[in-house]
Design a protein around this ligand. Sequence first.
Ligand code: ASP
Length: 410
Amino acid sequence: MKAPSLNTQILLGALFGVLVGLYFQTLGVENSLVKGGLYASGLVGTLFIDLLKMILIPLVFCSIAVGIANLRQHSQMHRVWVTTLVFFAFTMAIAVALGLFASNYFKPGSGLEIAMFADSIQNFQAQQLPLPEFFAQFLHGLFMNPFAALATGNVLAVVIFALILGIALVVGGERYKNILGLLQEGLELTMRIVGWVMVLAPFGIAALLIKLVATQDTAMLGTMAKFMTVVVGTTLLHGVVILPLLLYLITGKTPLWFWRGAREALITAFATSSSSATLPVTMRCATQHLHVKPEIAGFVVPLGATMNMDGTALYEAAAALFIANLVGIDLNLTQQLIVFFTAMIAAVGAPGIPSAGMVTMVMVLQSVGLPAEAIAILLPIDRLLDTIRTTVNVQGDMVGSLVVQKLVNR
Ligand code: ASP
C-alpha cells in the first residue's frame, strides 16, 4: 500500500493530537498515563520546534541576502519593497478594523466586571511600555552586531543585516560573485534540510497539539466564551474570507489552490503558535508549492514573519475594547483611532514567538489609559487564541508573497 502524502500525514497528526489531548483532558493531569503521555509529547514537540529553529537563522540569512541580490540585479528592488510594505499595512489595517467593528457590535465583556478577575490581577505585575519607549527599543533592536544577532536567533536583526549585505553584494557586482554563489548554495542546502525536518512534522504537530489541548484550563473558558467567540470568529473571517478574496481578486488563484499549497505551514503555525519557528515551512510552501520566485519569497516571507501580523493586530484591538468594557470605560472615536494605530504598531513590533502579542498589548492599553494589569485576565486563554492568530499571521505572509509577485509582474 502506498504511504499517504506528507500533507495527509500532517492533517492526520493534527487530528490525532487534538483527539488524544481531549482524551487526556477527561482523564485529568494526575493520571499516570497522562503524565507519561505529556512527558513524551513534550519531548517530541520540543524536538520538532528545536529542529525548525536550528535551520531558521541560516535560512533567513541566506534567503534574504540572495533574494535582495537577485532583485537588485533586475532593478526591481524598489517596487517589491513598496508593494510589500503597502500590502502588509493594508491587510493589517483591515484586520484591526474588523476587530474594532466586531467588538463594538457584540460588546464582549460588557456583562462582566473587572472585580471578578481580582485574583488573577493581584499577583500580576505588568511591565510599563509607553509608545515612545517601545519605538526607541524597537529601533534600537534593528541594528545589531550580525554575529550576536545570528548567535542569539534575533530574526529581525538578521533580516536587516542580510538586507544590507544583499545590497552590498549587488553594488559590488562581479567582484563578489563567489560569496553570492556561496549564499545561493547555502540557501539550497538549508531548504534541503527543511525537507528532512518536515518528515518529522506529523509527529511534532501531534505532540504539540496533545500537550496544548490536554493542559487547557477549561474553567476560565466559560466566562470568556463571548470574547473568545468574537476573536476567533473575526480572525477566521479575515483568514477564510478577506485574505482569500484579496488573493483571488489580485492573482486569480482560488482558495482551494492556496490551501493545498499552504496547509503544511498553516498547520505548523497552528501547532507551534510561532511565526518564526514556522518560517522554514512557510518558505518551503511559498517557493515549492505555491511557486513564488525564490527572490520574492526570500524577501517577503521572512520580513512578513517578523512584521506582518494580521491576527495579532486584530487581537490587540479586540482585547483593548474587551478590557475597556470590563472596566466600564466607553472609548470614543478618537480613542478608538488611537487603538487602531497602536494595535498595528504593536503587531509589527511583536516578535513571531508564542504569546508575543500579550507583551506588546500593554502599549495599546496604556495608549488609551486602560489598566495594563488587565492583561492578566487574558493570559489563561492566550495560548489557545494564539494558535489561530498565528495561523492567520503566517497565511498573510504567503498571500503577500503571491500578491507581490503578481503586482511586480515577475
Ligand atoms: N504568536 C504570534 C506569532 O508568532 C505572535 C502573537 O503572539 O500574536 O505570529
